[in-house]
Design a protein around this ligand. Structure first.
Ligand SMILES: [Zn+2]
Length: 382
């Protein structure tokens, strides 16, 4: 979703990028200010004046969110967690962090920095509003500053709700992590709380929608789904990274795949239990090995089925062998995390592990998920 962004600023090595959906948020904010907030707070002005004030306040909101994200980034940098870019989109902003924080303390300070900045900004705008009131400045100015003070409080409060990976969820995770010293468990709990919170947002969105407030309803509803998705994905990503990264595929393989020989008859092939794989276009295949256990290719079972059944005994597997795509074969030392990514990307359920020219085993997605869910349960019960 975050691919269509454009860079608008670069401050001390950090890119500030805007996703096109930010323009929707800016427009929604501006139109609600021009038609709602300003006419109530500063009555008797022209439509042009209201819209100028609204555009000015949208810019103020933009500035506030950039400051919020920058504070995350600066504190992250102080704890040696480099943030290269900040993206603004429909639901606010995000400071991209490539890696997980090294410890609970750094995560806590980095997460709390953004909402703290929003609170400071709120006080700043509130102070300016008091000055404006004392100096008898135009009502439009007072109303605009009042809006910016309030919206920063809303931004701080909203981000502090405990939906991981939002700021509040990160603070929650850092506290749990600090107490128990188990990052995976802390992430699991924070991710669950995040998903519950996402569910609540969806429900509130629906209620709002049925009460007739279409835009806020859809906004809450969509944000809820996004929060649930993020919460789930963040935990799974972490689990995969912690458990599989840096470990060779050979550790997780099934070492004795059932194979056949080129001279096996097709009738024996069809009777036997062959280790079945699937090619990129979904055809069932099974590994074939030669006389010296060298990997020859895969027997295409669909091709075998196309032969008349009564002729199966007269045909040999060598007639229906096909090579597999190179990304279906991996080296035993391939990183297990990379192998899983490769499988997920290509839609393969397994990869053949080849050392030299020999088939040494099969790495299946099922085996990896079993291992991951076992580790997840251990993390949960420890
Ligand atoms: Zn934040």
């Amino acid at each position: 979703m975050m691919s269509h962004t454009f860079r608008i600023l670069r401050v001390s090595g950090i890119d500030v990028r805007v996703h096109w959906t930010w323009l929707i948020l800016a427009f929604l904010v501006a139109s609600s200010l021009a038609t709602g907030w300003f006419p109530v707070m500063a009555p008797g002005q022209t439509t042009n004046t209201y819209w100028s004030g609204a555009v000015f306040c949208s810019a103020g909101l933009f500035f506030s969110i950039v400051v919020h994200e920058f504070c995350h980034a600066i504190v992250g940098r102080a704890f040696k967690m480099p943030v290269e870019k900040i993206t603004l989109f429909l639901f606010g902003g995000v400071a991209h962090l490539d890696d997980e924080p090294p410890n609970a303390r750094s995560e806590f300070w980095m997460a709390i920095a953004g909402p703290a900045a929003s609170v400071v900004l709120a006080f700043g705008f509130y102070g300016l509003q008091i000055l404006a009131t004392q100096n008898g400045s135009p009502l439009m100015w007072q109303a605009g500053l009042n809006y910016l003070a309030s919206i920063n409080i809303v931004v701080a409060a909203f981000n502090m709700l405990p939906g991981f990976p939002m700021d509040g969820g990160r603070v929650l995770r850092s506290l749990l992590w600090g107490i128990k010293g188990n990052m995976l468990w802390a992430t699991k709990v924070a991710s669950n709380v995040g998903q519950i919170f996402g569910g609540v947002l969806i429900a509130l969105g629906l209620i709002t929608l049925f009460r007739g407030a279409a835009i806020s309803g859809i906004w809450g509803f969509t944000l809820g789904f996004l929060v649930i998705g993020f919460a789930r994905a963040s935990f799974i990503q972490l689990l995969v990274k912690k458990e599989l990264q840096g470990r060779p595929a050979v550790n997780f393989m099934d070492p004795l795949p059932v194979t056949c020989r080129p001279e096996t008859s097709v009738s024996d092939l069809m009777r036997g239990v062959l280790n079945r794989s699937e090619t990129a276009n979904g055809e069932a295949v099974g590994p074939v090995i030669g006389e010296n256990c060298e990997y020859v290719g895969c027997a295409n079972l669909r091709a075998a089925q196309k032969l008349p059944e009564r002729e199966w005994s007269q045909h040999q597997v060598r007639e229906i062998i096909q090579p597999l795509e190179s990304d279906h074969l991996i080296d035993p030392d391939t990183d297990a995390e990379k192998a899983l990514t490769q499988m997920t990307k290509k839609g393969y359920r397994e990869l053949l592990i080849i050392r030299g020219n020999r088939l040494v085993g099969v790495l299946t997605q099922a085996a990896l998920s079993r291992y991951l869910s076992l580790r997840q349960n251990q993390a949960y019960s420890s």
